[in-house]
Design a protein around this ligand. Sequence first.
Ligand code: MRU
Length: 354
Amino acid sequence: MSTLDRHDTIRAVAFGGEVLRLLDQRRLPAAETYLECRDAADVAAAIRDLAVRGAPAIGIAAAWGLVLEARRATALGQPLPAALAAASARLAAARPTAVNLAWALARMREALARAPADPLAVLAAEAQAIQDEDLAANRRMGALGAELIAPGSGVLTHCNTGSLATAGFGTALGVIRAGFASGKIAQVYATETRPWLQGARLTMWELVRDGIPARLIADAAAAHLLRAGAVQWVIVGADRIAANGDTANKIGTYALAIAARHHGVRFMVAAPSSTVDLATPDGTRIEIEERDPAELLAFAGQRTTVAGAVAWNPVFDVTPAALIDALVTERGVIERPDAARLRAAFAPAARGAA
Ligand code: MRU
């Protein structure tokens, strides 16, 4: 087993023919239990309720949701186009910000349109391809991102971008895994990521499992840490990258980018090309999901605020492209991303040439 394979042992999304098994991220790290989805409605609920989360992972789960739906409708003798259209709409509506969800559903639709004769086989093959390509992209981004980092560096990451959020290995966490394996990264800091604690519950679970030196910090400790000089790169993932490079990611990412620029710390976004959305011109057009204020008003099921308190709970924000030093995708590294550089890398002519 190679060093990198040793850092690639978690599979949060697994299709088993009859069911889609999802490592239930609501219960980690206290319990490692799997949720079994039998149709698209189950998958949509799992995405909405964060049993599966992270931009690439929800796209992969949605693709398998359509496979389950095709099997269900076929078994019941229901017309497939109507069943798939309804399932697709339901899955797309589960969460609005990560473009990977709509991207995966569109890819499934296009695959079926190209080869409609054997829909069950075509859909299953496409879902598997989406999952396999995501894993390969993560391994490639890990290598590319690690090359940017000087030996012995400290890095700060936000939210969870690891195996749990992807087909495996991770985006920003994949860069961290590759950077640790090659001696580039000596110390990782992970933000807690209030209110859902993706950093505390999930990223720390992945890093401790992998034996990567990691310290948890409160979200509010980040600027203080960056000023101290222990961190050379902030490395985050993305939920949607607009055509001009503006990047939506977990709430708090924008504040980290401002603090990084202020303190001369470099800021890296690692995301597969499925997260790039050239149809969205800039960050102002990205829909930011707002979740139930109850997620803020209580902690671990215990109310922490006075009865009558109200809250606002946006769960993503947009980092302007001007604050991003490097965008790493499986296609390569774009330094100081802007509209021209993204168009050159991702517009259809560039894709055809690649
Ligand atoms: O609300 P979540 O947990 O789905 O948010 C996840 C993030 O913001 C991640 O940083 C992003 O999806 C990239 S995951 C590789």
